[in-house]
Design a protein around this ligand. Structure first.
Ligand code: GDD
Ligand code: MN
Length: 378
């Protein structure tokens, strides 16, 4: 195969051997993976021998200096590149940026932490070469598995995610939360503007956003144990996934942010009941216990909304405290509205639960609207 080493004409005879334009870009999102990336690069070099590949590590300015380690590798190997993103976090967004930075016909995404079995990459590429649009490495089909002893909680969350995902996906994936897949770049280029950038939902989002069922195949793999570093999958990531599915189920009608706001509100109810129970147990008078539980729940809602729902407009320092006071005020007005609407409907002979629900929805929508415009102004 010949290759133009300059854009304007044939290479001079004495030019250094040119590298081939890649057929395959392996996008590797990373956060605090400095001890894993050099080993991954070594393994790709051996397993992808004979294939024109490149690796793009998309690092969210890891405090452990992963990007410096990758750039050092890149200085010695032109197949390796690093995108260092500053002031941003999010696995999905990192994957999207990496795929969009590629000009190869085929893109793959895999984790930096060596938990994904790189030896199946050539098999995945063969499927694409044979005409498939999408190849997903799955832990949930014959031959695949999770070696890591997943906690019962994480197993339950994962099962719930799988069932809910089925309602929004254009293809019946057995492992929609897999972070290990390969596709024609054209597939992701077409839907990129529609994709959400937070959390771990990248594959599910692509397969929910494509206009029709992609021609796909799944290949099994064994999810390895992590050796260096630690997992970043936490409750926030799980909540983010749930919000994403609810948003898609409502046809995008209910804004993602309102769903997060409502999810945080539901968590506040749990906090409220727990505090109330505890204080009553300590012998506190009911009215005082209820008042204290309300303040604790509002505070917890504020902290969670600040960290999660409005993380792009996060309040810090003095603005955190003035925001908290404003949030108390907003919630109090919302509570008045809630009780007002519910009482009015109840007086008009609506059944108790319709009146109660309408009041709660009215309160939540008001709190959301007021919080979005007054507390977390963007
Ligand atoms: N750039 C960037 N930004 N990378 C991130 C971020 C982020 O905010 N968060 C995590 N990563 C990188 C990690 O460095 C790692 O390379 C990869 O994304 C996966 O993160 P882990 O924290 O190792 O996830 P896990 O092993 O617990 O989760 C596994 O299961 C998930 C759900 O089934 C992975 O296979 C995920 O890909 C999968 O979605
Ligand atoms: Mn991992």
């Amino acid at each position: 195969m010949t290759h133009p080493s300059t854009l304007s004409g044939p290479a001079p005879a004495d030019a250094a051997p040119a590298i081939l334009p890649p057929e395959l870009t392996v996008v590797v999102p990373s956060f605090n993976e400095r001890d894993n990336v050099p080993e991954l690069a070594r393994r790709l070099d051996s397993v992808l021998a004979g294939i024109a590949w490149e690796m793009i590590v998309v690092d969210d300015d890891s405090p452990d200096g992963t990007s410096a380690v990758v750039k050092d590798l890149a200085g010695r190997d032109p197949r390796i590149r690093c995108i260092r993103r500053v002031g941003r976090r999010g696995l999905a967004g990192a994957c999207i940026e990496g795929m969009l930075a590629s000009s190869a016909p085929v893109v793959a995404v895999m984790d930096a932490d060596l938990q994904h079995d790189e030896t199946i990459l050539p098999v995945m590429l063969e499927h694409i070469r044979a005409g498939r649009e999408l190849v997903v490495a799955s832990r949930n089909i014959e031959g695949g598995s999770k070696t890591e002893g997943l906690s019962p909680v994480r197993q339950a969350v994962s099962e719930l995610g799988r069932r809910l995902s089925a309602m929004i996906l254009k293809a019946p994936l057995t492992d929609p939360m897999s972070g290990f897949f390969m596709m024609r770049r054209s597939l992701v280029e077409a839907v990129a503007p529609k994709l959400a950038t937070s959390g771990f939902k990248i594959l599910a989002d692509i397969v929910a956003s494509v206009p029709r069922r992609p021609d796909f195949v799944e290949v099994p793999f064994v999810f390895r144990e992590r050796v260096h570093g630690e997992s970043k999958l936490d409750a926030k990531v799980a909540l983010d996934y749930l919000g994403f599915i609810l948003n898609k189920l409502s046809g995008g009608l209910i804004p993602l942010r309102f769903i997060f706001f409502a999810l945080v509100g539901s968590s506040g109810l749990v906090v409220h009941m727990a505090v109330l129970y505890g204080l009553l147990g300590l012998g506190m008078h009911f009215s005082w216990a209820q008042a204290a539980a309300t303040v604790v729940a509002m505070t917890s809602n504020f902290v969670m909304n600040n960290a999660f729902t409005y993380r792009d407009a996060q309040l810090k320092g003095g603005r955190f405290w003035s925001g908290l006071v404003l949030f108390y005020a907003v919630c109090s007005i919302g509570a008045f509205g809630n009780v007002g609407v519910a009482s009015w409907l109840h007086a008009g002979h609506a059944s108790w639960w319709i009146a109660g629900l309408a009041g709660a929805i009215m309160g939540a929508v008001f709190n959301y609207a007021a919080s979005s415009t007054l507390v977390w102004r963007r």
